[in-house]
Design a protein around this ligand. Structure first.
Ligand code: 5GP
Length: 200
């Protein structure tokens, strides 16, 4: 008898990108606090923790040698060098999560998004725009976490990322945080209402 294959529900992958300083991290944590069954993919990075950042919550902070070994072993769903540091998404976490029907949120850069789209073409990509580069500069200066040189580098990077924003399915301008949270949450909800089925 021919084996009957049935499709089953798999999770949605949501990718949030945008220049650093646009409020992405705050937005992601607000969205996650409103949707408790949405999983957050904690990235791995070789950058040093900033004040208040916790290992395993904000990032998994690892050494460059460890990061490079994981590249060789194919452990990343995507990885990129951003502002002289390496960042990566654990392939196992994504694959197991999606297969077991969980929806997952990723906060990664444009280079990473391009790689994810190759392997997970149905990902929902969302680009968060700052109201302007001037405002972005002011936000980066006021958070006092980066040196002048680092801010300059982040602004150059921001302009490059903004130039590629059209590869994203959705673009949201973060002018007012509370309005943006509502907009982002309802966008994600809309997709979550439609089940994704794996191919039989
Ligand atoms: P930050 O050092 O300010 O936390 O992050 C710098 C940039 O790296 C941000 O644009 C952030 O979205 C990006 N990023 C964080 N995690 C990952 C990751 O796992 N992969 C990629 N490609 N980018 C990441």
């Amino acid at each position: 008898m021919k084996e009957q294959k049935t499709s089953r529900a798999v999770g949605h992958l949501f990718i949030i990108s945008g220049p650093s300083g646009t409020g992405k991290t705050t937005l992601c944590s607000l969205v996650l606090s409103r949707m408790q069954d949405l999983l957050y993919s904690v990235s791995y990075t070789t950058r040093k923790p900033r004040r208040g950042e916790q290992d395993g919550i904000d990032y998994f902070f690892i050494e460059k040698t460890d990061f490079k070994r994981k590249i060789q072993n194919g452990r990343w769903a995507e990885w990129a060098k951003v502002h002289d540091n390496f960042y990566g998404t654990c392939a196992d976490f994504i694959d197991k999560g999606l297969k077991s029907g969980h929806d997952i949120l990723l906060d990664i850069d444009v280079q990473g998004t391009v790689q994810i789209l190759k392997n997970y073409p149905e990902s929902v990509t969302i680009f968060i725009m700052p109201p302007s580069l001037d405002i972005l500069k002011k936000r980066l200066e006021s958070r006092k976490t980066d040196s002048e040189g680092e801010i300059e580098q982040r602004l150059v990077n921001a302009a490059n990322e903004i130039a590629q924003k059209n590869i994203y399915r959705h673009i949201i301008y973060n002018v007012n945080l509370s309005t943006t949270v509502v907009e982002l949450t309802s966008l994600i909800e809309k997709y979550r209402h439609v089940p994704r089925l794996s191919n039989p």
